[in-house]
Design a protein around this ligand. Structure first.
Ligand code: C2O
Ligand code: CU
Length: 496
């Protein structure tokens, strides 16, 4: 069933929308009854007068403690959020390839949680599978060897049906892996390298984060009107007339950003989820879905001294629930002349393309069907479950959906031909290459020319990925729209 048909059967069709909304607000106790929840809430830009916070950098051994915190997302309003150390979000790990990392973790929440290391190839027992919970008040030591190329990964909770709430409320952090090969490229570093987690938030009048998705928001993803970078609304960053490296994570539940510069200048994409691309790619915009990362180079020497340029999200097409608005995210103020010593490398990384001929199996996944409504709960607020499925199935913790032979190469096809929602599909336990996209945008995009762990499949698209499964054990793959994931759009695969 398509989303629009689904809405109609519930009486949310065009004529029934108002009635449906008031019905919803009375039985689900949400206070946004006047908003059309079949589309993203309109972004309200802030003043861009708060300086961009750079999250604390930490390394192995630093303890994380998921707990309630106070933070001022909007200047002057300190509200209740969640965080892993100080304030909202978590510190940024910076570790060397080859090192062993130990992270003592305590669950200071009143419900279960855990940590998934999204973009790190860790053993299954350390991966934060939804069956590996740390109960309230308990601790767990995450420890693993960093055995992969340099990249920017991230970390966040993965409890089934509660991931959306916990991430939206503030639990997420960045994790940077460095290597000698990457160092040798002399990419902009230190003050010239900015890790940026972009998220949207919905705030109440006290500045606290609200999370209570309606039925329609389970369908389109829970989105907010306040866009934050590193935990604050509409910040600014002073820059000098040189090249900067922006390491962007879309840490939002459901909102996508079509990243661009407000003056229309081009910028370079040098990496994505799994590390550097083979060669730098020049773009004027880049659509980044929840869970995806983009490693960007922006040349501020092309911008006049004492002028401003914004990182913004341009409008985009292909989906009815979001993309109609252009909004600013982060203001850069070019305030100092500096001589740039950076030389753009002609090649960044060598990635051997996996040939489709080496694949021993092709699996197809229909991700474009909504069905299977039944009883169940969505964070306790919904009497609906399983509108989002993969091959008609919703998540079952104990069922193995796909059995994969260790070290085999496979093609997985995500088919959203009949769907009308975008689905960023994420595999744990491996990086993959995007081997084709048919329908919709119709080709492999610049930031998809390296190793990926999350790929956006827009309505009408069929995307094929290819990967070699080298980690033993039980992992999940799922849609990274966190309301879809919590609704059950997730399956298990076991490598053995
Ligand atoms: Cu970032 Cu299974 O997720
Ligand atoms: Cu989805």
């Amino acid at each position: 069933m398509k989303r629009n048909d689904f809405l109609k059967t519930l009486g949310f069709g065009s004529a029934g929308l108002l009635m449906g909304e008031s019905l919803l607000s009375s039985c689900m106790n949400h206070d946004m009854a006047t908003m059309d929840m079949t589309t993203a809430p309109t972004v309200v830009e802030g003043a861009f007068t708060t300086i961009l916070p750079i999250l604390e950098t930490i390394t192995s051994g630093t303890a994380l403690n998921a707990r309630s915190q106070n933070a001022a997302i909007v200047a002057g309003k300190t509200g209740q959020v969640l965080g892993y150390k100080n304030g909202i979000l978590g510190p940024t790990f910076r570790v060397q390839r080859g090192s062993t990392v130990t992270i003592p973790f305590t669950n200071g929440l009143s419900e279960e949680t855990n940590i998934h290391w999204h973009g790190l190839l860790v053993p299954a027992a350390m991966d934060g599978h939804p069956s590996q919970m740390v109960t309230a008040g308990q601790s767990f030591n995450y420890t693993f060897k960093i055995d992969q190329a340099a990249n920017m990964a991230w970390y966040h909770p993965h409890p089934h049906e509660k991931t959306g709430k916990q991430v939206f409320t503030g639990l997420a952090g960045m994790f940077i892996v460095e290597s000698p090969e990457e160092k040798a490229l002399n990419l902009p570093s230190d003050a010239y390298e900015l890790p940026l987690v972009i998220q949207d938030k919905r705030l109440d009048t006290t500045g606290a984060i609200m999370y209570s998705p309606t039925l329609e928001e389970v369908m389109i993803g829970y989105m907010g009107e306040t866009i934050t970078v590193n935990g604050v609304s509409s910040p600014f960053q002073p820059v000098t007339t040189r090249m900067y490296r922006l390491r962007v994570l879309n840490g939002s539940n459901g909102r996508m950003y079509n990243l661009a510069l407000s003056n229309g200048n081009s910028f370079m994409v040098i990496g994505s989820d799994g590390g550097l691309l083979p060669v730098p790619e020049t773009v004027t915009s880049l659509l980044l879905a929840p869970g995806e990362r983009a490693d960007l180079l922006v040349d501020f020497s092309k911008i006049a001294l004492n002028s401003e340029v914004y990182l913004q999200s341009n409008s985009f097409s292909g989906v009815s629930s979001q993309g109609s608005q252009t909004f600013k995210i982060l203001k850069f103020m070019v305030n100092k002349t500096e001589t740039d010593t950076f030389k753009m490398p002609t090649s960044l990384n060598s990635i051997t393309p996996l040939s489709t001929a080496s694949a021993t199996k092709t699996r197809t996944f229909d991700i474009g069907v909504m069905m299977n409504m039944g009883s169940g709960g969505h964070g306790g607020t919904m009497a609906m479950k399983g509108m989002h499925t993969i091959n008609g199935k919703i998540f079952n913790m104990d069922r193995i959906d796909e059995s994969v032979a260790l070290n085999s190469t496979e093609i997985w096809e995500f088919d959203n031909t009949n769907g009308d929602e975008p689905h960023p599909m994420h595999l744990h336990g491996t990086f993959f290459q995007v081997s084709s996209r048919t329908g919709g945008r119709g080709n492999i995009l610049s930031h998809e020319k390296g190793l990926k762990d999350t790929v956006l499949v827009m309505p009408g698209e069929k995307v094929r990925i290819i990967t070699k499964f080298e980690k033993v054990g039980k992992f999940v793959f799922h849609c990274h729209n966190l309301e879809h994931e919590d609704d059950g759009m997730m399956l298990n695969f076991e490598v053995k």
